[in-house]
Write a protein that binds this ligand. Structure first.
Ligand code: SF4
Length: 508
């Protein structure tokens, strides 16, 4: 055997050893697999225009959607509130998925509990699970708030969270005055961005419905579901500090998903405190940095009398310009010289690399606001975002994207695809190839299959480490996005020219 105690092989070299190759060959034979030639023939056909048309005609099946389900967004948003335990009413396996998804991306533990409904609860309802679950969570994890959301299972049987939490309080699971905000997050509707919206609105309603609003000169910021929140929220705070704006970030996960290794485990770290959440009712305005994460929340806040505004993931020059000018419009604070200087540096860096950036073509996939912000940035660099795909995008998003394409000569021939999945994207890449693919780690299978280099710039990133520790928002973040794109361009060029006698240059 190739494996021995003296030389432990990692799985990557191990499966290349003859014994394993032989085993895989025998497995193919044992399973009566079609010949390699037949597989290649069908594979080729699935890359044709004929197959693309069939693929785009499909209605009843989704293959590899680029989205998570609602409770994932609810768990994320709850993690941004101080000393808050996320409690998901429903099946345990679902909650393991949210925890592992967030842990694998942030490389941090993610706490969330489940009411662990099983067959009996599916038949008789999950009230007892709620009563026991809230009591255990309160005693074991000592939170200041428990934020309750739901999985498919609880929603299918129609459990009523308001009634259940009231009964659990009457039964003494938690003290009557203890904060248990909740949101129904049916996973078969919308996506993690919908769950983010529902849970945030649920938390704000829970606190604000008891208070009377008295306006003060303060700004609330909602970052939205963002895999780069650790660094982006910190960059945001730096920018707001430079502008002299008094602000509250509603759901700030930057500390929770970036705890230090110093010998103490922190179940809770940072986040928006209950006092700050209460005070945020009185703010003059609320700014969402991801429109598609906050439609219901902003509607609710607007009805209370605050000004509201929503942006699309502020990447790059014009994305950051829009962020700063909106903050100025909402607060009256001007943009300081230091930020203007940073803007000039980003513009300079894009200009320095123009010869390599101009005319490159891209496919971008991810959440609607990320795809919008990234496409806008790509066009600023002289690139063409040919295929822009968002499984959780809608018709309105498609129209916004088309307007964006129409605003630049680099948007000619570009198209947005809402509600489509990564198998649709495969057809697009196979029939209308592009130079680069921008998205999450899930793009790596498309990269291997269709030989389109992948630039990882959005959640989830499982197969590379620590990307989320460096911002993508603001002018400084724009530099980092630019470098990610350029590194991939140059790595690809070096691989393409690596034979002797071709243009394998030291200076690019
Ligand atoms: S879609 Fe439903 S079953 Fe699947 S993880 Fe989400 S809540 Fe659970």
């Amino acid at each position: 055997m190739p494996q021995s105690v003296n030389k432990i092989l990692d799985h990557a070299p191990l499966f290349r050893e003859p014994e394993y190759q032989e085993m895989l060959k025998r497995k193919r034979e044992g399973e009566n697999m079609p010949s390699t030639a037949e597989v290649a023939k069908i594979e080729d056909w699935t890359k044709s225009w004929e197959y693309r048309e069939k693929n785009f005609a499909r209605e009843a099946l989704t293959i590899n959607p680029a989205k998570g389900c609602q409770p994932l967004g609810a768990v994320f948003v709850a993690n941004g509130f101080a000393e808050t335990m996320s409690f998901v009413h429903g099946s345990q396996g679902c909650v393991a998925y949210y925890r592992s998804h967030l842990s694998r991306h942030f490389k941090e533990p993610c706490s969330a509990v489940s009411s662990s409904m099983t067959e009996d609860a599916a038949v008789f309802g999950g009230l007892n699970n709620m009563i026991d679950g809230l009591a255990n969570t309160y005693k074991l994890y000592e939170p200041k708030m428990i934020a309750v959301s739901t999985t498919c299972m609880a929603e299918v049987i129609g459990d009523d969270l308001h009634a259940f939490i009231t009964t659990a309080k009457q039964k003494g699971s938690v003290p009557n005055e203890f904060d248990v905000p909740f949101a129904h997050t049916p996973a078969f509707v919308g996506s993690h961005t919908t769950g983010y919206d529902n849970m945030l609105k649920g938390i704000l309603e829970h606190f604000w419905s008891k208070l009377e609003r008295k306006e003060v000169d303060h700004l609330n910021i909602i970052p939205g579901f963002d895999g780069y929140a650790v660094a982006n929220n910190r960059e945001l705070k730096r920018i707001l500090g430079l502008m002299g704006v008094k602000f509250t970030i509603l759901s700030d996960v930057s500390e929770q998903f970036d705890t230090p290794s110093d010998g103490s485990y922190r179940m809770y770290s940072g986040g928006t405190s209950i006092d700050a959440t209460n005070a945020a009712l009185h703010s003059k305005a609320t700014l969402s940095l991801q429109e598609y994460c906050t439609p219901k929340t902003l509607e609710y806040i607007g009805k209370l009398g605050q000004k509201t505004a929503a942006l699309h993931y502020p990447i790059g020059v014009s994305g950051t310009d829009e962020l700063l000018s909106t903050i100025t419009a909402l607060t009256g604070k001007p943009v300081p010289a230091e930020l203007t200087l940073e803007r000039g540096r980003l513009v300079d860096a894009i200009a320095d690399s123009q010869a390599w950036l101009h005319g490159k073509t891209y496919s971008i996939f991810g959440d609607p606001d990320f795809v919008y912000g990234m496409a806008r940035f790509i066009m600023e660099t002289g690139g063409e975002p040919r295929h822009c795909l968002s499984t959780n995008g809608n018709k309105e998003w498609e129209e916004q994207m088309q307007k964006l394409f129409d605003s630049s000569p680099y948007g000619k021939g570009c198209k947005a695809y809402a509600g489509r999945d990564l198998w649709h994207l495969r057809s697009l890449l196979a029939t209308e190839p592009v130079d680069f693919l921008v998205g999450s780690s899930y793009g790596k299978y498309l990269e291997r299959d269709l030989k389109v280099p992948l630039i990882r710039l959005t959640f989830p990133i499982f197969d590379r480490h620590h990307h989320h520790r460096f911002p993508t928002w603001g002018y400084q973040g724009g530099l980092r996005v630019l470098v990610s794109v350029l590194d991939k361009i140059f790595d690809t060029l070096d691989a393409y020219t690596s034979e002797t006698g071709v243009s394998y240059d030291l200076t690019r």
